[in-house]
Design a protein around this ligand. Structure first.
Ligand SMILES: *Cc1c(COP(=O)(O)O)cnc(C)c1O
Length: 403
C-alpha cells in the first residue's frame, strides 16, 4: 500500500479549492459550458468515480457494464464510453469506415481503399468550440457537404451520414426521420450528434444507427462521451481504442461517472428540477424586468430541451451594450458568466440550470448594479462588438499571460 490514507481523506481540506488554487470564483448563469467546467457533477457520479480511482479493474469489463446502462437509457442495442462527444463522433465515423477489421483500425487516419466520405447537410457544419468538420477529418474521412439534401444526393458509397441536433444549427434542413429514411434507402449508417440534448431515446427510436451524447453536460457526469447504437457499429467504435481512439482515451473514472450519471438520470425527479428552474426564471423576469433600459423575455430552448432561460436585451436607455454588460458582469467578483453566443445580436441569456441555491439573487443584483453604475458613470455605449471580440481573442492568444 502506498501511504497517504484513503482518497476521501486526502481530498478534504480546510480551505476550498478555489482559494487554494487562486481561481476566480464563478457564478455560472450560462448553462453547461466546457470552458467553465461543463456542469456541477452529480454527487453520485462524483462518488462512484472517486471510489473506482483506488481500484484496478478490467476496462473491457467496465465498458461492458457501461454498455448495459447506455442500452437501457437510450433504447439502443449497445453503447460505450468515449472521452467526449467530439471524440465519440470521430471514433463513430472511424467505426463506420473500418468495421471490426483491426488492420484498418490501426492504419487510420490513412483511409485509402475504404469508403471515407461522410455526408452532412450544410447547416449542420457548426462549431461547438471546434468545427464539426474536424471531428470528421480526424478519422481520415472526408466531408461531403449537402447543400440541399434530397433523393439522389447520396451515391451509396458514403461511409456514414452525420446529423447534428443543436442550438448551434440555424438551418436544420431535413427533419431527422426524413434524413434517416433517405440514408436507409442507400444503406448509409446515420450518426446523430445529440451532445447537449435531453432526449436519450428519440434518435434510436427514429432509426438512427448511432446517437452521441456528452456525459458532462445535462447528465452531470465526469468529462466523457456516450456513444449508443447498433451492436456491430458500437463494437467497431470500441475497437478504435486500438487505433485513433487511444489518442482520445477515457479513463476508469470517466466510465464509472457515466454509469452513475445515467443511473441517476433515470431515477432523477425531473419535475422537481424543472420547477426549481422555472421559479428562478420567474424571479429573473420580475426583478430584471423592473430595471430601466432592460427588456427581458422568457426564452424556451431552441431544440426543445425542457429548459427556459431569460433573454436580456439592453436598450440604449440602459447606458451600455449587451456585450459591455456581459463583460462587466464577468469582471465582478464573484464573476457572473452569462450565455453569450448571441451577443452579436445585442442580447444574452441567463440559464438557471447550473446555479447553486441563492445564486439566482446574486445574478439579479449584479445585473442591476452594473446597469446602475454605467448610468451613473456614463461610461457605456463605447465599445463596438468587433472591438469587444478582438479584445477577447487577444486575451486568449496571450495565455497563460494574464491568467
Ligand atoms: C458540446 C457539444 C459537442 C462537444 O461535446 P464534448 O462532449 O464536450 O466533446 C458536440 N456537439 C454539440 C452539438 C455540442 O453541443
Amino acid at each position: 500500500m502506498r501511504g497517504g490514507g484513503s482518497i476521501r481523506q486526502v481530498c478534504l481540506s480546510e480551505r476550498d479549492i478555489i482559494d487554494r488554487l487562486k481561481l476566480t470564483r464563478i457564478i455560472n448563469a450560462s448553462g453547461t459550458m466546457t470552458n467553465l467546467g461543463a456542469s456541477r457533477v452529480a454527487p453520485a457520479a462524483a462518488a462512484m468515480s472517486l471510489e473506482i480511482l483506488d481500484h484496478f479493474i478490467d476496462i473491457d469489463e467496465l465498458q461492458a457494464r457501461a454498455c448495459n446502462v447506455i442500452a437501457q437509457a437510450t433504447g439502443a442495442e449497445a453503447g460505450c464510453v468515449t472521452s467526449s462527444a467530439a471524440s465519440g463522433m470521430t471514433v463513430a465515423i472511424a467505426a463506420a469506415m473500418t468495421g471490426a477489421d483491426l488492420s484498418h483500425i490501426e492504419r487510420l487516419p490513412e483511409s485509402s481503399g475504404l469508403n471515407h466520405e461522410v455526408a452532412i447537410q450544410a447547416g449542420h457544419l457548426i462549431n461547438y468550440g471546434a468545427p464539426v468538420t474536424q471531428a470528421i477529418r480526424l478519422a481520415g474521412a472526408r466531408v461531403k457537404r449537402l447543400d440541399a439534401m434530397a433523393e439522389g444526393s447520396l451515391s451509396g458509397e458514403e461511409a456514414a451520414a452525420l446529423y447534428v441536433v443543436s442550438h448551434h444549427v440555424e438551418e436544420p434542413g431535413l427533419p431527422l426521420s426524413r434524413f434517416i429514411g433517405l440514408c436507409k434507402a442507400r444503406s448509409i449508417p446515420v450518426i446523430v450528434d445529440m451532445a447537449s440534448e435531453y432526449d436519450l431515446k428519440g434518435p434510436i427510436a427514429a432509426g438512427a444507427d448511432v446517437a452521441i451524447y456528452s456525459a458532462h453536460k445535462f447528465l452531470g457526469g465526469l468529462t466523457a462521451g456516450i456513444v449508443a447504437g447498433r451492436k456491430d457499429l458500437i463494437r467497431a467504435v470500441y475497437l478504435q481504442n486500438n487505433g485513433i481512439g487511444r489518442h482520445m482515451k477515457v479513463g476508469k473514472e470517466g466510465i464509472a461517472g457515466v454509469i452513475a450519471a445515467l443511473e441517476g438520470w433515470l431515477r432523477r425527479n425531473h419535475e422537481k428540477a424543472r420547477r426549481r428552474e422555472l421559479d428562478i426564471v420567474v424571479l429573473w423576469l420580475r426583478s430584471l424586468g423592473s430595471i430601466g433600459g432592460l427588456a427581458v423575455a422568457r426564452e424556451p430552448d431552441a431544440t426543445g430541451n425542457p429548459i427556459d432561460r431569460v433573454r436580456v436585451m439592453p436598450t440604449p436607455e440602459a447606458g451600455l451594450f449587451a456585450w459591455e454588460l456581459a463583460e462587466r458582469l464577468a469582471r465582478r467578483r464573484p464573476s457572473v458568466r452569462v450565455r453569450d453566443d448571441l451577443l452579436r445580436e445585442g442580447h444574452f441569456s441567463l440559464d438557471p440550470c447550473n446555479l447553486a441555491d441563492g445564486e439566482e439573487r446574486l445574478v439579479a443584483e449584479a445585473v442591476a448594479a452594473e446597469v446602475e453604475a454605467a448610468r451613473f458613470r456614463k461610461d457605456g455605449l463605447r465599445m463596438s462588438f468587433e472591438a469587444f471580440e478582438a479584445q477577447r481573442r487577444m486575451r486568449l492568444l496571450q495565455w497563460p499571460e494574464g491568467y
